[in-house]
Write a protein that binds this ligand. Structure first.
Ligand SMILES: NC(=O)c1ccc[n+]([C@@H]2O[C@H](COP(=O)([O-])OP(=O)(O)OC[C@H]3O[C@@H](n4cnc5c(N)ncnc54)[C@H](OP(=O)(O)O)[C@@H]3O)[C@@H](O)[C@H]2O)c1
Length: 286
């Protein structure tokens, strides 16, 4: 059976969204609420709907309710998914957006720092889908959108662990699409480029990346470049619009980069010889 939520178009679809307290997640929650979606936004900072937090709502009938959720905690994920199911009985769309970045040279990044990066960006998504897939399989429908990055297709020096966590997501989704299609579930990736959010101020710098590091000079220059590009990037609403577009598509493509410039860069990566791509990335970030 095709689901009620999907058959009724935009209106009344139940969306669970991670990382909704700022940046892309916050803008997406707002964007979808204004278009009639029932949005359960989550994040560590979320106050929690049981504490009497009034829902934001729009004339179109949409709303945003915030639920506390730490994607690095299995228990927290389980509780948040249960809360949505208790309220709505279904989840039509899951948007795996929560994420952060750790920067530093590979040599300067400790195993613990690398694990933390993967724990949020990759295992966080895995925890979410392990709890939401059984719900969607029972429904016989559902859509899961993963927020990857252009860095999930082109690895960036001094952001290697971040890039690797997003490459891992890309691999997960390539396989996931095949596995869940027979159950009526669609999965896809959205790949933003530089976007003006709290991502820049929340970035963790590898502890060993101080003045004593042999990489210090080049790392600082690269970091300044990434911070500048992010802070002069597109507003998060631009990503929200692309995410909404993927929700509307009956059969979303596997991945969609945000903006003409980044689509072109990713096309060039396919077309150009790899030595040239490497040279161009080096000119920008190494
Ligand atoms: N900004 C960019 O240039 C850019 C480019 C490409 C891709 N992206 C991706 O876009 C996504 C959203 O990032 P953003 O740019 O919007 O950054 P942001 O403004 O820093 O938002 C990150 C969100 O993730 C949440 N979060 C972080 N750790 C969490 C955890 N352990 N559990 C639950 N929630 C957690 C944060 O909420 P709490 O702190 O309240 O938990 C916040 O709501 C990320 O996956 C990022 O990798 C960003």
């Amino acid at each position: 059976m095709e689901g009620m939520g999907f058959m009724s178009g935009n209106k009344n679809q139940v969306v669970m969204l991670t990382g909704a307290s700022s940046g892309i997640g916050k803008a997406t929650a707002q964007w979808l609420m204004e278009r009639g979606f029932r949005v359960y936004g989550t994040s560590r900072r979320a106050p929690g709907i049981r504490e009497g937090q009034p829902a934001h709502s729009s004339p179109s009938g949409g709303f945003i309710e915030m639920i506390p959720l730490d994607v690095s905690s299995e228990e927290s994920v389980e509780n948040a998914v249960r809360t949505v199911i208790e309220r709505e009985g279904r989840i039509d769309v899951l948007i795996n957006n929560a994420g952060m970045g750790i920067a530093g040279s590979i040599e300067d990044t400790s195993i613990q720092e690398a694990e933390k990066q993967f724990d949020i960006n990759f295992f966080g998504c895995l925890r979410m889908i392990r709890h939401v897939l059984p719900v969607m399989r029972r429904q016989g429908w559902g859509k899961i959108i993963f927020i990857s990055s252009v860095a999930g297709m082109i690895s960036i020096p001094y952001q290697s662990m971040y890039s690797a966590s997003k490459y891992a997501l890309e691999a997960l989704v390539e396989a996931l699409r095949h596995e869940v299609a027979p159950f009526g579930i669609k999965a896809c990736l959205v790949e933003p480029g530089d976007t003006r959010t709290e991502f820049t101020s929340s970035r963790i710098i590898a502890e060993a990346a101080g003045k004593d590091s042999p990489y210090d000079n080049r790392f600082r220059k690269s970091l300044a470049r990434m911070e500048h590009d992010e802070q002069n990037g597109v507003p998060p609403e631009k990503v929200a619009r692309v995410i909404h577009g993927m929700i509307l598509k009956k059969n979303p493509p596997i991945r969609r980069a945000v903006g003409f410039g980044y689509k072109t860069i990713l096309l060039l990566k396919k077309l150009l010889p790899s030595w040239l791509v490497e040279k161009l990335v080096g000119m920008l970030y190494a």
